[in-house]
Design a protein around this ligand. Structure first.
Ligand SMILES: [Cu+2]
Length: 362
């Protein structure tokens, strides 16, 4: 089967069965725990929800089925920051906060670079470099004026750094050769959280595109001292994965797992304010985008002002760009969201919101 296959990035995900996938070098080796079949009907994981209809209609796009790994739960990731997804005793090992005399907080984090294989589509495993075992890394969140202290331990196999966006002195930049933290070593990054906005952090070791693409990135939210209105807040990191190392992505997603929110729609309340922290860290493609069906949203680019600069239903971000999006769902039901680059959508960057309850007060 594999002899004459021309495995283009548009076609490989549609191929059913392990043979084709193995030919592309995309599945686990036999004998390693985990699924040995990869894509399509042979995977043994019947798709649920709205995606089922699409597949049965013969129009299935991209990966089908569910990943079997529970290493990263994109649903929990949406609403987790400062390790709020962990039990208190576990959380205390990664995050503590201490009130300072001026009322601001000292926020102390422990992050480790760890090599880890992650499942990004059913049966498709990616040899990631991660912060704390997850891609994206944990979302860090502080208030303007807080002191941030991050103890970074490199438990990986390559030199890494953490480069934070935001104000900080040059020695905290994590971008120069002398800033590299060698395997087994550690470094403490310390700076004041400013300005308020939606920032990110990522490894800045060379070659940069490989170190970022491998998974060493995360969102860094700095809230204004006078907080934004209460909302249902969601962290959405647009990323892609080059599974065959040809400097081109084969899988796209929000929060790493292809089509996760098709299988498990993001539940929101009708009429409630929804605030999306949208970050683009997609490597190898100049741009990524988000399009939300059936409504418009307000855009606050980089989150550095308190008012919206734009109202639209589609936003485009270059790599490294971020934006805060706010909307209220007017109608109950399911609303699709996806990259408006159709190719990205077909390769996994697609999801659903499910609005219910509440009252229609907008
Ligand atoms: Cu690195």
């Amino acid at each position: 089967m594999g002899d004459t296959l021309d495995l283009t990035r548009r076609s490989w995900l549609r191929l059913a069965g392990a043979g084709a996938a193995a030919a592309a070098g995309l599945v686990r080796a036999p004998g390693i725990a985990g699924p040995s079949t990869a894509l399509g009907a042979g995977a043994g994981h019947e798709p649920q929800g709205p995606y089922t209809a699409m597949r049965h209609a013969g129009h299935a796009m991209g990966p089908v089925g569910r990943v079997t790994s529970d290493a990263l739960n994109p649903t929990a990731f949406l609403r987790s920051w400062n390790f709020s997804d962990l039990a208190p005793d576990k959380r205390a090992r990664h995050y503590t906060e201490t009130r300072r005399p001026d009322g601001s907080l000292l926020r102390e984090y422990h992050l480790a670079a760890v090599d880890r294989e992650i499942e990004i589509a059913p049966g498709v495993f990616f040899p990631a470099w991660t912060f704390n075992g997850q891609v994206p890394g944990p979302t860090l969140r502080a208030t303007e004026g807080d002191r941030v202290r991050v103890t970074f331990v490199n438990e990986g196999s390559h030199p890494h750094t953490i480069h934070f966006h935001g104000w900080h002195p040059p020695e905290m930049d994590g971008s120069l050769p002398e800033h590299q933290v060698l395997p087994g070593a550690q470094f403490v990054y310390e700076f004041d959280a400013e300005p308020f906005g939606l920032h990110l952090y990522h490894c800045h070791a060379l070659p940069l595109k490989r170190h970022i693409h491998k998974g060493l990135y995360g969102a860094f939210i700095v809230d204004p001292k006078d907080p934004r209105p209460a909302a249902d807040e969601l962290v959405m990191v647009m990323n892609g994965f080059d599974t065959n190392f040809d400097a081109d992505n084969e899988v796209y997603a929000v929060n790493s797992i292809a089509n996760h929110y098709m299988h498990e729609p993001i539940k929101v309340e009708v009429g409630a304010l929804v605030r999306m922290y949208l970050v683009n860290v997609t490597e190898f493609d100049l741009l990524n985008s988000l399009h939300l069906h059936g409504m418009f949203f307000n855009v606050n680019r980089t989150g550095t002002s308190r008012s919206a600069t734009e109202t639209t239903d589609t936003i485009m971000l270059c790599q490294g760009e971020r934006a805060i999006l706010e909307t209220r769902f007017r109608y109950p039901g399911r609303f699709m969201f996806h990259a408006h680059q159709s190719e990205f959508a077909e390769l996994g960057w697609m999801g659903m919101f499910e609005a219910a309850g509440g009252r229609r007060d907008t």
